[in-house]
Design a protein. Structure first.
Length: 185
């Protein structure tokens, strides 16, 4: 039998990984990755949407594709209480959206989740997304011009062609020819 404290750390790590999978999957439009964080019979209540994980993915992907050129879910504070095969967690999020029209978006809130461990696997059984703040971020013309060199490593792609999927990641060594040069921002 394993040490209960070690098992709790392993369980919390798996739960955190499921949360990260959903966030990354949403940002990369990776349906399977998002769904890996939920049990098939889960319910996700995002306020303007409530339904199954499959329906959530359809809704979220359509919304992001229609309204944004890019978006980013960042997870931070995380609290998790495990009681046998059930866990309750609260995870803070910050959302940034590069909107197709108008200013960019920012929102913060919390994911309140009930996880269940079924057949040795933790996943969300129920989720409520609590939005606490949302607003716009105005981007000045000067800031737009200054930021261009920062994107020289390539665009953010919202699918499996994004650099985060490249295995193995190998950086082009020819960039070292100009390593001592800094681009003016």
């Amino acid at each position: 039998m394993s040490d209960p404290a070690v098992q709790e750390m392993l369980d919390k790590n798996e739960i955190w990984h499921r949360l990260l999978s959903i966030a990354r999957g949403c940002d990369r439009f990776d349906r399977d990755l998002v769904l890996s964080g939920y049990h098939p019979d889960a319910i996700d209540n995002h306020g303007s949407f409530a339904g199954s994980p499959e329906a959530f993915v359809d809704w979220a992907f359509a919304w992001h594709k229609q309204h944004q050129k890019g978006h980013h879910h960042a997870l931070s504070n995380h609290w998790c209480e495990i009681d046998g095969p059930v866990a309750h967690s609260e995870t803070y999020y910050t959302f940034f959206g590069v909107n197709r029209e108008g200013d960019h978006s920012i929102a913060t809130g919390r994911y309140i989740d009930r996880f269940e461990k079924r057949e040795g696997r933790w996943a969300i059984a129920d989720r409520v997304c609590v939005r606490e703040m949302s607003g716009d971020i105005a981007i000045s013309e000067t800031a737009k011009l200054r930021s261009i060199p920062l994107f020289d490593t390539g665009p953010c792609r919202r699918d499996a062609t994004d650099i985060s999927y490249v295995r193995p990641l190998v950086v082009d060594r020819t960039i070292l020819d100009n390593a001592d040069q800094t681009k003016e921002v």
